[in-house]
Design a protein around this ligand. Sequence first.
Ligand SMILES: NC(=O)CC[C@H](N)C(=O)O
Length: 385
Amino acid sequence: MTTSTRGAAKTPAVLVLEDGRIFRGRAYGAHGETFGEAVFSTGMTGYQETLTDPSYHRQVVVMTAPHVGNTGVNDEDPESSRIWVAGYVVRDPARVPSNWRSRRSLDEELVAQGVVGICGVDTRALTRHLRERGAMRVGIFSGASVADDEALLARVREVPQMKGANLSAEVATKEAYVVPAIGEKKFTVAAVDLGIKGMTPHRMAQRGIEVHVLPATATVEDVYAVNPDGVFFSNGPGDPATADGPVAVMRGVLERKTPLFGICFGNQILGRALGFGTYKLKYGHRGINQPVQDRTTGKVEVTAHNHGFAVDAPLDKVSETPYGRVEVSHVCLNDQVVEGLRLLDQPAFSVQYHPEAAAGPHDAAYLFDRFTSLMETAQMEAERA
Ligand SMILES: NC(=O)CC[C@H](N)C(=O)O
């Protein structure tokens, strides 16, 4: 059969892990070389959303789904204006994409955006290796750059670590912008962009919220300049231990007791603002099939995740903090990692996972309603006072 994409071209490529394990395959997407932290995603669908999620900045993503690219690339599903993954690893790229929305093949899109990938590698073996040894630095080399393995390994060992990486400002908007409410406007939210996914303000807009998306460097004054009914802190790449600026802004919001919601990086920032530590998980949670229990209702949700760090908060007791009592509201049932925090004495909460569900199941959509009801209650209280 003739092939329509370069994915099946026989240019050799090599994937070199920092511990010296090497996988050989074929070039996929752009030819050349790339470096990052090797992580795996178990999502069977939603590769466009994964590729364009700014939280994947500086990460080389291995897809555990064996066949990727089947539905091509459309203009509706990206979560931001570009692909952010540093490199892409798939076992068997679709040679002929087929979908009514498809505009081009995934391989063409990777080439157009200069994203270096590799295909034809045993992604099951690679994933098992990362699970056993942990996420680690990696390089992908193809075409002229496939040279002697020792030299490539030496270069991989020079790549900066994800631990200690401060990356939000590299991916967030430089200028503030507004996402208008859909239908009648009920609330204004200031959203601090640490690497926000497009679906997040959209989920708020669907609930009558006008979202003012602010740069990662926004100050407390910038946040309150939009006269917000609620404040939101987004997902984002890098190590939350480096996010001192957003932690200080969040403390300013907690002091004013404005309704507050955080997702993923936003959950880690809330954890830090309350005085908890964060730590790096061995290989993280990435995919759209992670079981999380909402400990308030006991219900289990199937949820979308993309995190390599987590909050270190006690699961079995209510913690006293300078901002009142806090409980761990959600927990991952695979490994008991903290997946949500809730303040008991003021209207603030956050989750480590992705209720915006792009891609992923919609089980957690109620969290946007919880945020909306916190703003409703605050508004009613203000009117009564
Ligand atoms: N999606 C996110 O916000 C990720 C948060 C953080 N960079 C982590 O890896 O844990």
